[in-house]
Write a protein that binds this ligand. Structure first.
Ligand code: ADP
Ligand code: MG
Length: 258
């Protein structure tokens, strides 16, 4: 009996049913107590294996997504940022926009929660089984530029075109030169009506001509990006400043001048 059990565990491991191997002992004990039918016994093992695989998938996709930090939509304090309509974020959390291949553009000043919301929605997409990739605008452009010089452009482009959801953070913090703007346009064109983008920017759309060093290119980018898109403009105070203020980094005079 003992030997049979050991062989069974070993065989489960050979079949890479590692979770089943782990929970076999407890499930067998329960069944022996007469508390589980054959079907229930096997279901407990199979359910355990499936749950473990799902978790592994989420862990793996989270790692590959390259998120700069992990914060969920549930972590977001909507009462601090009343300019955000919670219902719209709830609707976005259903991920219907991803199923439709629509985009989301979050604009607003630094610290108001643009990246947090993008990451939170990214985590929901990961949990739902989607591949997600996070990049900053300058990170993506410099990576594509380097790949172009090394004749690896098409290959590198796949990093940005193949995920179901691409998050492009911080568009506008640093202006792009002509060649950078061109690469950015190519990426947007390829993803156009092909896969969702969440994009964050501290610049209003009227300033994008300066961001991309070219007004024609900027409007071509905006045209594609906004064709099927939700835009959310966050107006409000920086959460980072609030936290610093709470910690006493600012005195009253600085406070009132802000
Ligand atoms: P940005 O708009 O510059 O991208 P972030 O989204 O990175 O700002 O927010 C800055 C920091 O403040 C992050 O750690 C984020 O989690 C936190 N934060 C911002 N807004 C909120 C909020 N309303 N509730 C909870 N945390 C927030
Ligand atoms: Mg940010």
């Amino acid at each position: 009996m003992n030997l049979n059990y050991e062989i069974l565990v070993e065989n489960l491991r050979k079949l890479e049913l590692t979770r089943m191997a782990e929970i076999l002992s407890g499930a067998t004990e329960d069944a022996a107590k007469g508390e589980a039918s054959y079907t229930e016994f096997l279901s407990a093992l199979v359910d355990g294996e499936l749950a473990a695989r799902k978790d592994r998938g989420i862990t793996m996709r989270t790692r590959l997504a390259g998120l700069p930090y992990i914060k969920t939509i549930e972590d977001f304090d909507f009462s601090f940022q009343p300019s955000i309509d919670k219902k719209r974020i709830k609707e976005l959390s259903t991920l219907r926009f991803i199923a439709n291949g629509d985009n989301l553009v979050l604009t607003g000043p630094p610290g108001v929660g643009k990246s947090h919301i993008a990451i939170g929605l990214g985590l929901k997409a990961i949990a739902a089984g989607h591949r997600v990739y996070f990049t900053t605008a300058t990170g993506m452009v410099s990576s594509l530029l380097k790949a172009f010089q090394e004749s690896k452009f098409e290959h590198r482009m796949k990093n940005y075109t193949s995920p179901v959801l691409l998050i492009i953070d911080e568009v506008g913090y640093l202006p792009l030169d002509r060649s950078g703007a061109n690469l950015f346009f190519q990426l947007i064109s390829r993803r156009y009506e092909n896969g969702s983008i969440i994009l964050t920017s501290n610049k209003s759309f009227t300033e994008w001509g300066e961001v991309f060093s070219d007004t024609v290119l900027a409007s071509a980018i905006l045209d594609r990006l906004l064709h099927h898109a939700t835009t959310i403009n966050i107006k409000g105070e920086s959460y980072r400043l609030k936290e610093k203020r709470k910690a006493g980094f600012f005195n009253r005079e600085v406070d009132s001048s802000e």
